[in-house]
Write a protein that binds this ligand. Structure first.
Ligand code: PEP
Ligand code: MG
Length: 592
Protein backbone atom coordinates (compact mmCIF):
# COMPACT_ATOMS: atom_id res chain seq x y z
CA UNK A 1 0.00 0.00 0.00
CA UNK A 2 1.37 3.40 -0.97
CA UNK A 3 1.74 5.94 1.82
CA UNK A 4 3.72 9.12 2.43
CA UNK A 5 5.75 10.30 5.41
CA UNK A 6 6.54 13.98 5.85
CA UNK A 7 9.82 15.16 7.25
CA UNK A 8 12.29 17.99 6.69
CA UNK A 9 13.89 18.56 3.33
CA UNK A 10 17.62 18.70 3.86
CA UNK A 11 19.32 17.67 0.68
CA UNK A 12 17.80 18.17 -2.72
CA UNK A 13 16.92 15.73 -5.42
CA UNK A 14 14.97 12.55 -5.85
CA UNK A 15 16.18 9.07 -4.96
CA UNK A 16 14.25 5.92 -5.74
CA UNK A 17 15.35 2.62 -4.30
CA UNK A 18 14.91 -0.15 -1.82
CA UNK A 19 14.93 0.46 1.91
CA UNK A 20 17.78 -0.78 4.02
CA UNK A 21 16.95 -0.43 7.70
CA UNK A 22 20.01 -0.06 9.83
CA UNK A 23 20.10 0.29 13.57
CA UNK A 24 22.18 3.36 14.37
CA UNK A 25 24.58 1.18 16.30
CA UNK A 26 25.23 -0.99 13.26
CA UNK A 27 26.48 1.64 10.89
CA UNK A 28 30.05 0.69 11.46
CA UNK A 29 29.31 -2.67 9.88
CA UNK A 30 30.73 -2.91 6.36
CA UNK A 31 28.13 -2.52 3.62
CA UNK A 32 29.31 -3.67 0.20
CA UNK A 33 28.21 -5.84 -2.66
CA UNK A 34 29.86 -9.11 -3.51
CA UNK A 35 30.22 -10.69 -6.92
CA UNK A 36 27.79 -13.56 -7.73
CA UNK A 37 30.79 -15.89 -7.77
CA UNK A 38 31.48 -15.02 -4.11
CA UNK A 39 28.05 -16.04 -2.80
CA UNK A 40 29.14 -19.51 -1.64
CA UNK A 41 32.24 -18.19 0.11
CA UNK A 42 30.26 -15.41 1.79
CA UNK A 43 27.63 -17.82 3.10
CA UNK A 44 30.44 -20.01 4.41
CA UNK A 45 32.03 -17.01 6.10
CA UNK A 46 28.77 -16.23 7.84
CA UNK A 47 28.31 -19.91 8.84
CA UNK A 48 31.89 -20.12 10.12
CA UNK A 49 31.26 -17.04 12.23
CA UNK A 50 28.05 -18.48 13.57
CA UNK A 51 29.60 -21.91 14.21
CA UNK A 52 32.45 -20.33 16.12
CA UNK A 53 29.93 -18.71 18.46
CA UNK A 54 27.92 -21.93 18.75
CA UNK A 55 31.08 -23.79 19.75
CA UNK A 56 31.98 -21.12 22.25
CA UNK A 57 28.55 -21.44 23.88
CA UNK A 58 28.70 -25.21 23.88
CA UNK A 59 32.10 -25.08 25.56
CA UNK A 60 30.64 -22.82 28.21
CA UNK A 61 27.69 -25.14 28.68
CA UNK A 62 30.05 -28.07 29.10
CA UNK A 63 32.12 -26.27 31.71
CA UNK A 64 28.96 -25.22 33.55
CA UNK A 65 27.69 -28.78 33.60
CA UNK A 66 30.86 -29.85 35.42
CA UNK A 67 30.45 -27.22 38.09
CA UNK A 68 28.59 -27.61 41.33
CA UNK A 69 24.95 -26.66 40.51
CA UNK A 70 24.98 -24.41 43.57
CA UNK A 71 27.73 -22.28 42.00
CA UNK A 72 26.05 -21.77 38.66
CA UNK A 73 23.06 -19.51 38.46
CA UNK A 74 20.17 -21.17 36.76
CA UNK A 75 19.65 -18.03 34.64
CA UNK A 76 23.04 -18.40 33.02
CA UNK A 77 22.33 -21.92 31.78
CA UNK A 78 18.91 -20.82 30.54
CA UNK A 79 20.43 -17.83 28.78
CA UNK A 80 22.97 -19.97 26.98
CA UNK A 81 20.15 -22.26 25.84
CA UNK A 82 18.29 -19.27 24.43
CA UNK A 83 21.40 -18.00 22.64
CA UNK A 84 22.04 -21.40 21.14
CA UNK A 85 18.44 -21.68 20.00
CA UNK A 86 18.56 -18.25 18.38
CA UNK A 87 21.83 -19.01 16.64
CA UNK A 88 20.39 -22.19 15.19
CA UNK A 89 17.11 -20.54 14.20
CA UNK A 90 16.26 -21.41 10.64
CA UNK A 91 14.51 -18.13 9.89
CA UNK A 92 17.59 -16.20 10.88
CA UNK A 93 20.00 -18.23 8.80
CA UNK A 94 17.63 -18.54 5.82
CA UNK A 95 17.10 -14.81 5.93
CA UNK A 96 20.81 -14.08 5.98
CA UNK A 97 21.35 -16.49 3.11
CA UNK A 98 18.60 -14.72 1.17
CA UNK A 99 20.27 -11.30 1.49
CA UNK A 100 23.60 -12.75 0.41
CA UNK A 101 22.26 -14.83 -2.46
CA UNK A 102 19.52 -12.63 -3.84
CA UNK A 103 20.82 -9.18 -3.03
CA UNK A 104 24.55 -9.88 -3.03
CA UNK A 105 25.05 -8.20 0.36
CA UNK A 106 28.27 -9.02 2.17
CA UNK A 107 27.82 -11.37 5.14
CA UNK A 108 27.91 -8.71 7.87
CA UNK A 109 25.39 -6.56 6.09
CA UNK A 110 23.13 -9.56 5.43
CA UNK A 111 23.29 -10.53 9.08
CA UNK A 112 22.40 -7.10 10.44
CA UNK A 113 19.66 -6.72 7.83
CA UNK A 114 18.05 -9.96 8.94
CA UNK A 115 18.55 -8.92 12.54
CA UNK A 116 16.36 -5.87 11.86
CA UNK A 117 13.68 -8.06 10.24
CA UNK A 118 13.54 -10.50 13.15
CA UNK A 119 13.91 -7.80 15.80
CA UNK A 120 10.79 -6.17 14.45
CA UNK A 121 8.87 -9.40 14.83
CA UNK A 122 10.03 -9.53 18.44
CA UNK A 123 8.84 -5.95 18.97
CA UNK A 124 5.37 -6.93 17.86
CA UNK A 125 5.07 -9.87 20.22
CA UNK A 126 2.44 -9.73 22.94
CA UNK A 127 4.42 -11.83 25.36
CA UNK A 128 6.79 -9.66 27.34
CA UNK A 129 9.26 -12.48 27.93
CA UNK A 130 9.54 -13.12 24.20
CA UNK A 131 9.75 -9.40 23.43
CA UNK A 132 12.72 -9.15 25.70
CA UNK A 133 14.55 -11.84 23.75
CA UNK A 134 15.36 -9.13 21.23
CA UNK A 135 18.28 -8.11 23.41
CA UNK A 136 19.60 -11.67 23.23
CA UNK A 137 19.28 -11.63 19.49
CA UNK A 138 21.32 -8.44 19.37
CA UNK A 139 23.95 -9.96 21.61
CA UNK A 140 24.43 -13.05 19.50
CA UNK A 141 24.53 -10.96 16.33
CA UNK A 142 27.27 -8.89 17.89
CA UNK A 143 29.15 -12.08 18.74
CA UNK A 144 28.85 -13.46 15.22
CA UNK A 145 30.01 -10.13 13.80
CA UNK A 146 32.97 -10.22 16.10
CA UNK A 147 33.76 -13.77 15.07
CA UNK A 148 33.68 -12.71 11.42
CA UNK A 149 35.78 -9.61 11.94
CA UNK A 150 39.18 -9.73 10.36
CA UNK A 151 38.06 -12.30 7.81
CA UNK A 152 36.68 -9.84 5.30
CA UNK A 153 38.38 -7.14 3.36
CA UNK A 154 35.42 -4.93 2.53
CA UNK A 155 35.57 -3.13 -0.75
CA UNK A 156 33.04 -0.39 -0.80
CA UNK A 157 31.48 0.15 -4.18
CA UNK A 158 29.80 3.36 -5.16
CA UNK A 159 26.35 2.47 -6.43
CA UNK A 160 24.89 -0.80 -7.51
CA UNK A 161 26.94 -3.86 -8.28
CA UNK A 162 28.48 -2.37 -11.37
CA UNK A 163 28.56 1.09 -9.88
CA UNK A 164 25.85 1.98 -12.37
CA UNK A 165 22.73 3.99 -11.66
CA UNK A 166 19.74 2.08 -13.00
CA UNK A 167 17.50 3.92 -15.39
CA UNK A 168 13.87 4.52 -14.59
CA UNK A 169 13.12 1.94 -17.23
CA UNK A 170 15.10 -0.64 -15.26
CA UNK A 171 13.18 0.21 -12.17
CA UNK A 172 9.80 -0.12 -13.79
CA UNK A 173 10.56 -3.27 -15.71
CA UNK A 174 12.72 -5.32 -13.47
CA UNK A 175 13.28 -4.76 -9.80
CA UNK A 176 15.87 -7.46 -9.45
CA UNK A 177 18.52 -5.45 -11.27
CA UNK A 178 20.92 -3.23 -9.38
CA UNK A 179 18.78 -0.69 -7.67
CA UNK A 180 19.89 2.16 -5.47
CA UNK A 181 19.59 1.55 -1.76
CA UNK A 182 18.08 3.99 0.66
CA UNK A 183 19.30 3.93 4.22
CA UNK A 184 16.64 4.25 6.91
CA UNK A 185 17.80 4.86 10.47
CA UNK A 186 16.36 6.30 13.61
CA UNK A 187 19.28 8.69 13.83
CA UNK A 188 22.65 9.23 12.21
CA UNK A 189 25.48 11.10 13.82
CA UNK A 190 27.76 13.45 11.85
CA UNK A 191 30.51 10.82 12.25
CA UNK A 192 28.18 8.19 10.71
CA UNK A 193 27.77 10.52 7.79
CA UNK A 194 31.46 10.39 7.08
CA UNK A 195 31.19 6.64 6.61
CA UNK A 196 28.26 7.36 4.36
CA UNK A 197 30.63 9.14 2.00
CA UNK A 198 32.12 5.82 0.98
CA UNK A 199 28.96 3.78 1.23
CA UNK A 200 26.66 2.23 -1.31
CA UNK A 201 23.62 4.27 -0.32
CA UNK A 202 21.92 6.69 -2.68
CA UNK A 203 19.96 8.57 -0.04
CA UNK A 204 18.84 8.40 3.55
CA UNK A 205 15.90 9.00 5.84
CA UNK A 206 16.04 9.49 9.60
CA UNK A 207 13.32 9.72 12.22
CA UNK A 208 14.98 12.62 14.02
CA UNK A 209 17.13 15.65 13.24
CA UNK A 210 16.70 19.29 12.25
CA UNK A 211 17.38 21.09 8.99
CA UNK A 212 20.71 22.50 10.06
CA UNK A 213 21.79 19.64 12.28
CA UNK A 214 25.28 18.56 11.34
CA UNK A 215 23.94 15.31 9.95
CA UNK A 216 21.83 17.34 7.53
CA UNK A 217 24.78 19.58 6.72
CA UNK A 218 26.96 16.65 5.75
CA UNK A 219 24.10 15.20 3.69
CA UNK A 220 23.99 18.44 1.77
CA UNK A 221 27.70 18.29 1.22
CA UNK A 222 27.33 14.78 -0.18
CA UNK A 223 24.65 16.10 -2.49
CA UNK A 224 22.42 13.10 -2.03
CA UNK A 225 18.67 13.27 -1.44
CA UNK A 226 17.82 13.06 2.23
CA UNK A 227 14.92 13.67 4.56
CA UNK A 228 15.38 14.00 8.32
CA UNK A 229 12.82 14.34 11.09
CA UNK A 230 10.54 11.86 9.26
CA UNK A 231 9.27 10.57 12.58
CA UNK A 232 8.55 6.86 12.84
CA UNK A 233 9.89 6.20 9.37
CA UNK A 234 12.18 3.51 10.75
CA UNK A 235 9.10 1.82 12.19
CA UNK A 236 6.74 2.30 9.27
CA UNK A 237 9.13 1.33 6.49
CA UNK A 238 10.06 -2.32 6.23
CA UNK A 239 13.29 -3.87 5.07
CA UNK A 240 13.45 -3.93 1.27
CA UNK A 241 10.36 -1.74 0.72
CA UNK A 242 10.48 0.47 -2.35
CA UNK A 243 10.82 4.09 -1.29
CA UNK A 244 11.05 7.45 -3.01
CA UNK A 245 12.85 10.32 -1.31
CA UNK A 246 11.78 13.74 -2.45
CA UNK A 247 14.62 15.75 -0.95
CA UNK A 248 13.18 19.02 -2.23
CA UNK A 249 9.78 18.63 -0.57
CA UNK A 250 10.89 16.61 2.47
CA UNK A 251 8.53 13.78 1.57
CA UNK A 252 9.07 10.03 1.58
CA UNK A 253 6.75 7.85 -0.48
CA UNK A 254 6.69 4.22 0.55
CA UNK A 255 5.68 1.43 -1.79
CA UNK A 256 4.91 3.83 -4.67
CA UNK A 257 2.46 2.77 -7.37
CA UNK A 258 3.82 2.61 -10.95
CA UNK A 259 2.20 5.99 -11.74
CA UNK A 260 3.85 7.67 -8.75
CA UNK A 261 7.12 6.00 -9.60
CA UNK A 262 6.94 7.30 -13.17
CA UNK A 263 6.13 10.80 -11.91
CA UNK A 264 9.15 10.87 -9.60
CA UNK A 265 11.29 9.38 -12.34
CA UNK A 266 10.30 12.36 -14.48
CA UNK A 267 11.14 14.78 -11.64
CA UNK A 268 14.48 13.06 -11.19
CA UNK A 269 15.33 13.56 -14.87
CA UNK A 270 14.24 17.22 -14.67
CA UNK A 271 16.64 17.70 -11.76
CA UNK A 272 19.47 16.18 -13.75
CA UNK A 273 18.71 18.47 -16.70
CA UNK A 274 18.70 21.48 -14.40
CA UNK A 275 22.10 20.48 -13.03
CA UNK A 276 23.35 20.11 -16.58
CA UNK A 277 22.18 23.64 -17.37
CA UNK A 278 23.85 25.05 -14.26
CA UNK A 279 27.14 23.36 -15.09
CA UNK A 280 27.46 25.75 -18.03
CA UNK A 281 28.08 28.52 -15.48
CA UNK A 282 31.17 26.79 -14.12
CA UNK A 283 33.68 29.12 -15.74
CA UNK A 284 31.54 32.27 -15.64
CA UNK A 285 32.91 34.76 -13.08
CA UNK A 286 30.45 35.51 -10.26
CA UNK A 287 29.75 39.16 -11.06
CA UNK A 288 26.40 40.89 -10.57
CA UNK A 289 24.65 42.81 -13.34
CA UNK A 290 26.03 46.04 -11.89
CA UNK A 291 29.58 44.73 -11.89
CA UNK A 292 30.05 43.69 -8.25
CA UNK A 293 32.51 40.80 -7.90
CA UNK A 294 31.15 38.15 -5.54
CA UNK A 295 33.35 35.59 -3.81
CA UNK A 296 31.84 32.08 -3.82
CA UNK A 297 33.71 29.79 -1.45
CA UNK A 298 33.28 26.17 -0.42
CA UNK A 299 32.55 24.52 2.92
CA UNK A 300 34.41 21.24 3.33
CA UNK A 301 34.71 18.54 5.98
CA UNK A 302 37.76 16.61 4.82
CA UNK A 303 40.92 17.61 2.89
CA UNK A 304 39.83 15.37 0.03
CA UNK A 305 36.71 17.54 -0.42
CA UNK A 306 38.99 20.19 -1.94
CA UNK A 307 38.61 18.40 -5.27
CA UNK A 308 34.82 18.87 -5.22
CA UNK A 309 35.30 22.51 -4.24
CA UNK A 310 37.57 23.17 -7.23
CA UNK A 311 35.31 21.20 -9.56
CA UNK A 312 32.37 23.40 -8.54
CA UNK A 313 34.34 26.56 -9.33
CA UNK A 314 34.92 27.68 -5.72
CA UNK A 315 37.54 30.42 -5.42
CA UNK A 316 38.69 29.09 -2.06
CA UNK A 317 37.52 27.27 1.04
CA UNK A 318 35.52 29.52 3.33
CA UNK A 319 35.03 26.89 6.03
CA UNK A 320 36.96 23.69 6.63
CA UNK A 321 35.13 22.05 9.54
CA UNK A 322 38.26 20.46 11.03
CA UNK A 323 36.33 18.65 13.77
CA UNK A 324 35.31 15.90 11.37
CA UNK A 325 38.89 14.68 11.49
CA UNK A 326 38.56 14.34 15.26
CA UNK A 327 35.40 12.24 15.25
CA UNK A 328 34.84 8.50 15.55
CA UNK A 329 38.37 7.85 16.82
CA UNK A 330 37.38 6.42 20.19
CA UNK A 331 38.89 9.33 22.03
CA UNK A 332 42.31 9.10 20.31
CA UNK A 333 42.72 12.50 18.72
CA UNK A 334 44.88 13.12 15.64
CA UNK A 335 48.40 14.16 16.56
CA UNK A 336 50.24 17.22 15.19
CA UNK A 337 51.83 15.38 12.28
CA UNK A 338 48.57 13.78 11.15
CA UNK A 339 46.75 17.09 11.33
CA UNK A 340 49.58 18.93 9.59
CA UNK A 341 49.51 16.43 6.72
CA UNK A 342 45.73 16.79 6.43
CA UNK A 343 45.77 20.61 6.39
CA UNK A 344 48.63 20.55 3.90
CA UNK A 345 46.63 18.21 1.66
CA UNK A 346 43.70 20.62 1.79
CA UNK A 347 45.93 23.59 0.95
CA UNK A 348 47.67 21.79 -1.89
CA UNK A 349 44.31 20.44 -3.08
CA UNK A 350 43.10 24.02 -3.50
CA UNK A 351 46.06 24.82 -5.77
CA UNK A 352 46.99 28.19 -4.36
CA UNK A 353 43.49 29.37 -3.47
CA UNK A 354 42.90 30.36 0.18
CA UNK A 355 41.72 27.78 2.70
CA UNK A 356 39.93 28.87 5.86
CA UNK A 357 40.50 26.28 8.55
CA UNK A 358 38.20 26.48 11.51
CA UNK A 359 39.63 25.16 14.75
CA UNK A 360 37.85 22.17 16.17
CA UNK A 361 34.16 22.66 16.95
CA UNK A 362 32.97 19.58 18.79
CA UNK A 363 30.17 19.36 21.31
CA UNK A 364 26.40 19.83 20.98
CA UNK A 365 25.24 17.65 18.07
CA UNK A 366 28.83 16.86 17.09
CA UNK A 367 30.07 14.42 19.71
CA UNK A 368 33.60 13.12 19.24
CA UNK A 369 32.21 9.61 19.35
CA UNK A 370 28.75 8.08 19.35
CA UNK A 371 29.69 6.42 22.59
CA UNK A 372 30.62 9.77 24.07
CA UNK A 373 27.36 11.58 23.46
CA UNK A 374 27.02 14.47 25.79
CA UNK A 375 23.79 13.28 27.38
CA UNK A 376 25.11 14.00 30.84
CA UNK A 377 24.71 17.71 30.19
CA UNK A 378 21.24 19.08 29.88
CA UNK A 379 22.07 21.70 27.29
CA UNK A 380 25.11 20.55 25.34
CA UNK A 381 24.59 23.31 22.74
CA UNK A 382 25.18 25.78 25.57
CA UNK A 383 27.96 23.75 27.10
CA UNK A 384 31.61 22.97 26.50
CA UNK A 385 31.60 23.38 22.74
CA UNK A 386 34.01 24.70 20.09
CA UNK A 387 36.53 27.27 21.39
CA UNK A 388 35.38 26.60 24.95
CA UNK A 389 36.45 22.99 24.51
CA UNK A 390 39.75 24.05 22.96
CA UNK A 391 40.55 26.53 25.71
CA UNK A 392 39.71 23.91 28.32
CA UNK A 393 42.45 21.67 26.88
CA UNK A 394 45.30 23.98 25.84
CA UNK A 395 47.65 21.12 24.95
CA UNK A 396 45.15 19.75 22.44
CA UNK A 397 44.47 23.24 21.09
CA UNK A 398 48.18 24.06 20.75
CA UNK A 399 48.66 20.82 18.82
CA UNK A 400 46.03 21.90 16.32
CA UNK A 401 47.35 25.45 16.09
CA UNK A 402 50.92 24.25 15.42
CA UNK A 403 49.66 21.90 12.71
CA UNK A 404 47.71 24.72 11.02
CA UNK A 405 50.60 27.19 11.25
CA UNK A 406 52.97 24.63 9.74
CA UNK A 407 50.57 23.95 6.86
CA UNK A 408 50.45 27.71 6.25
CA UNK A 409 54.02 27.45 4.95
CA UNK A 410 52.55 25.61 1.95
CA UNK A 411 49.75 27.97 0.93
CA UNK A 412 47.28 30.63 1.98
CA UNK A 413 45.58 29.70 5.23
CA UNK A 414 43.03 31.70 7.15
CA UNK A 415 42.56 30.59 10.74
CA UNK A 416 38.97 30.78 11.95
CA UNK A 417 37.85 30.51 15.59
CA UNK A 418 34.31 29.30 16.39
CA UNK A 419 31.88 30.34 19.15
CA UNK A 420 33.83 33.20 20.65
CA UNK A 421 31.86 35.55 22.82
CA UNK A 422 34.04 37.05 25.57
CA UNK A 423 36.93 39.47 25.08
CA UNK A 424 38.88 37.32 27.53
CA UNK A 425 38.40 34.27 25.28
CA UNK A 426 39.68 36.27 22.35
CA UNK A 427 42.78 37.35 24.22
CA UNK A 428 43.40 33.82 25.51
CA UNK A 429 43.07 32.43 21.98
CA UNK A 430 45.48 34.95 20.53
CA UNK A 431 47.96 34.28 23.33
CA UNK A 432 47.83 30.56 22.53
CA UNK A 433 48.37 31.21 18.82
CA UNK A 434 51.45 33.29 19.72
CA UNK A 435 52.59 30.52 22.04
CA UNK A 436 52.21 27.92 19.27
CA UNK A 437 54.51 30.07 17.10
CA UNK A 438 57.06 30.26 19.91
CA UNK A 439 56.93 26.47 20.30
CA UNK A 440 57.59 26.04 16.58
CA UNK A 441 60.43 28.58 16.72
CA UNK A 442 62.00 26.68 19.60
CA UNK A 443 61.78 23.48 17.61
CA UNK A 444 63.13 25.22 14.51
CA UNK A 445 60.11 24.15 12.48
CA UNK A 446 58.93 26.30 9.56
CA UNK A 447 55.50 27.87 9.55
CA UNK A 448 53.63 30.45 7.53
CA UNK A 449 51.55 33.57 8.15
CA UNK A 450 47.80 33.27 8.70
CA UNK A 451 44.94 35.74 8.61
CA UNK A 452 42.93 35.46 11.79
CA UNK A 453 39.14 35.36 11.76
CA UNK A 454 36.28 34.94 14.20
CA UNK A 455 32.94 33.29 13.66
CA UNK A 456 30.03 35.47 14.59
CA UNK A 457 27.49 32.89 15.65
CA UNK A 458 26.33 33.95 19.08
CA UNK A 459 24.08 37.02 19.39
CA UNK A 460 26.34 38.45 22.09
CA UNK A 461 29.20 38.44 19.58
CA UNK A 462 27.07 40.10 16.92
CA UNK A 463 26.16 42.80 19.43
CA UNK A 464 29.74 43.51 20.49
CA UNK A 465 31.46 43.59 17.13
CA UNK A 466 33.82 46.36 18.14
CA UNK A 467 36.00 44.01 20.13
CA UNK A 468 35.98 41.42 17.32
CA UNK A 469 36.89 44.00 14.72
CA UNK A 470 39.74 45.17 16.93
CA UNK A 471 41.41 41.76 17.19
CA UNK A 472 40.53 39.96 13.95
CA UNK A 473 41.38 40.36 10.27
CA UNK A 474 38.03 39.00 9.07
CA UNK A 475 34.64 37.77 10.29
CA UNK A 476 32.56 34.83 9.19
CA UNK A 477 28.89 34.69 10.15
CA UNK A 478 27.76 31.25 11.25
CA UNK A 479 24.06 31.66 10.64
CA UNK A 480 23.21 28.10 11.69
CA UNK A 481 24.18 28.78 15.27
CA UNK A 482 23.27 32.45 15.16
CA UNK A 483 19.67 31.45 14.40
CA UNK A 484 19.73 28.70 17.02
CA UNK A 485 20.98 30.98 19.76
CA UNK A 486 18.96 34.05 18.78
CA UNK A 487 15.66 32.21 18.63
CA UNK A 488 16.40 29.62 21.34
CA UNK A 489 15.66 26.79 18.92
CA UNK A 490 17.75 23.63 19.02
CA UNK A 491 18.88 23.28 15.42
CA UNK A 492 18.95 19.48 15.72
CA UNK A 493 15.46 19.08 17.19
CA UNK A 494 12.81 18.31 14.60
CA UNK A 495 9.98 19.06 17.04
CA UNK A 496 10.81 22.79 16.94
CA UNK A 497 12.08 22.86 13.37
CA UNK A 498 9.07 24.93 12.23
CA UNK A 499 10.27 27.74 14.51
CA UNK A 500 13.83 27.71 13.17
CA UNK A 501 13.45 30.78 10.99
CA UNK A 502 16.41 32.31 9.11
CA UNK A 503 14.08 35.17 8.17
CA UNK A 504 13.23 36.24 11.69
CA UNK A 505 13.78 40.04 11.83
CA UNK A 506 16.14 39.66 14.81
CA UNK A 507 18.36 37.28 12.86
CA UNK A 508 18.34 39.51 9.78
CA UNK A 509 19.26 42.54 11.85
CA UNK A 510 22.22 40.78 13.44
CA UNK A 511 23.45 39.57 10.05
CA UNK A 512 22.97 42.94 8.34
CA UNK A 513 24.64 44.80 11.18
CA UNK A 514 27.67 42.50 11.13
CA UNK A 515 28.08 42.96 7.38
CA UNK A 516 27.72 46.74 7.66
CA UNK A 517 30.16 47.11 10.56
CA UNK A 518 32.73 44.91 8.86
CA UNK A 519 32.45 47.03 5.74
CA UNK A 520 32.78 50.27 7.72
CA UNK A 521 36.07 49.00 9.19
CA UNK A 522 37.28 47.55 5.90
CA UNK A 523 37.34 44.04 7.30
CA UNK A 524 36.07 41.22 5.08
CA UNK A 525 32.85 39.54 6.22
CA UNK A 526 31.60 36.24 4.89
CA UNK A 527 28.57 34.07 5.64
CA UNK A 528 29.39 30.38 6.01
CA UNK A 529 26.17 29.03 7.52
CA UNK A 530 23.53 27.27 5.45
CA UNK A 531 21.97 30.65 4.62
CA UNK A 532 24.83 31.29 2.18
CA UNK A 533 23.84 28.34 0.01
CA UNK A 534 20.11 29.05 0.10
CA UNK A 535 19.22 30.65 -3.22
CA UNK A 536 16.10 32.26 -1.78
CA UNK A 537 18.41 34.32 0.45
CA UNK A 538 21.06 35.31 -2.10
CA UNK A 539 19.56 38.63 -3.17
CA UNK A 540 18.71 39.64 0.37
CA UNK A 541 22.29 38.99 1.48
CA UNK A 542 23.61 40.90 -1.53
CA UNK A 543 21.25 43.74 -0.64
CA UNK A 544 22.71 43.76 2.88
CA UNK A 545 26.14 44.28 1.29
CA UNK A 546 27.50 40.73 1.54
CA UNK A 547 30.16 39.98 -1.06
CA UNK A 548 31.51 36.65 0.19
CA UNK A 549 29.44 33.45 0.50
CA UNK A 550 30.69 30.04 1.64
CA UNK A 551 28.60 26.93 1.05
CA UNK A 552 28.64 23.28 0.03
CA UNK A 553 30.26 22.88 -3.38
CA UNK A 554 27.01 21.43 -4.74
CA UNK A 555 25.23 24.75 -4.09
CA UNK A 556 27.76 27.07 -5.70
CA UNK A 557 26.43 27.11 -9.25
CA UNK A 558 22.82 27.70 -8.21
CA UNK A 559 23.91 30.63 -6.05
CA UNK A 560 26.08 31.91 -8.89
CA UNK A 561 23.03 31.94 -11.15
CA UNK A 562 21.27 34.21 -8.62
CA UNK A 563 24.33 36.45 -8.43
CA UNK A 564 24.48 36.85 -12.21
CA UNK A 565 20.83 37.92 -12.28
CA UNK A 566 21.14 40.40 -9.41
CA UNK A 567 21.59 44.16 -9.53
CA UNK A 568 22.91 45.18 -6.12
CA UNK A 569 22.24 48.89 -6.76
CA UNK A 570 18.54 48.08 -6.62
CA UNK A 571 18.71 45.60 -3.76
CA UNK A 572 19.98 47.74 -0.87
CA UNK A 573 16.73 49.71 -0.28
CA UNK A 574 14.63 46.63 -0.78
CA UNK A 575 16.75 44.68 1.74
CA UNK A 576 16.32 47.48 4.30
CA UNK A 577 12.55 47.28 3.93
CA UNK A 578 12.59 43.51 4.31
CA UNK A 579 14.62 43.72 7.50
CA UNK A 580 12.17 46.25 8.93
CA UNK A 581 9.17 44.14 8.05
CA UNK A 582 7.13 42.37 10.72
CA UNK A 583 7.23 39.13 8.76
CA UNK A 584 10.07 39.32 6.24
CA UNK A 585 9.50 35.78 5.00
CA UNK A 586 6.18 36.79 3.40
CA UNK A 587 7.81 39.63 1.50
CA UNK A 588 10.78 37.68 0.31
CA UNK A 589 8.45 34.97 -0.97
CA UNK A 590 6.69 37.62 -3.11
CA UNK A 591 9.93 39.07 -4.47
CA UNK A 592 11.30 35.63 -5.35
C1 PEP B 1 27.25 27.92 11.64
O1 PEP B 1 26.99 27.81 12.83
O2 PEP B 1 26.55 28.56 10.84
C2 PEP B 1 28.43 27.24 11.07
C3 PEP B 1 28.83 27.48 9.84
O3 PEP B 1 29.07 26.33 11.83
P1 PEP B 1 28.47 24.91 12.18
O4 PEP B 1 27.28 24.66 11.29
O5 PEP B 1 29.53 23.91 11.95
O6 PEP B 1 28.09 25.03 13.62
MG1 MG C 1 28.43 27.05 14.21
Amino acid sequence: MTFAIHGLAVARGIAIGRAVLVASTRLDVAHYFIEPSQVGAEIRRMRDGRNAVVEEIQRLQASISQMNPKDTPHELAALLDVHLMLLQDVELSNGVTHWIKDRLYNAEWALTTQLEVVARQFDEMEDEYLRERKADLEQITEKVLRAMRGVASPLVQPLGRQGRKPSQQDLLLDDTVDVPLILIAHDLSPADMLQFKQSVFAGFITDVGGKTSHTAIVARSLDIPAVVGARLSSHLIRQDDWVVIDGDAGVVVVDPSPIILAEYGFKQRQGELQRGRLSRLLHTPAVTMDGQKIELLANIEMPEDAAAALAAGAVGVGLFRSEFMFMGRHGKLPNEEEQFQAYKRAVEGMQGLPVTIRTVDVGADKPLDDTLRDDAHLNPALGLRAIRWSLADPAMFLTQLRAILRAAAFGQIHLLIPMLVHASEIRQTIALIDHARVQLDNRGVAYGPVKLGAMIEIPAAALTLKVFLKYFDFLSIGTNDLIQYTLAIDRADESVAHLYDPMHPAVLRLVANTIAQGKAQNKPVSVCGEMAGDTTMTRLLLGMGLRSFSMHPAQILAVKQEVLRADTSKLADWARQIIDDEEPSNRIARKN
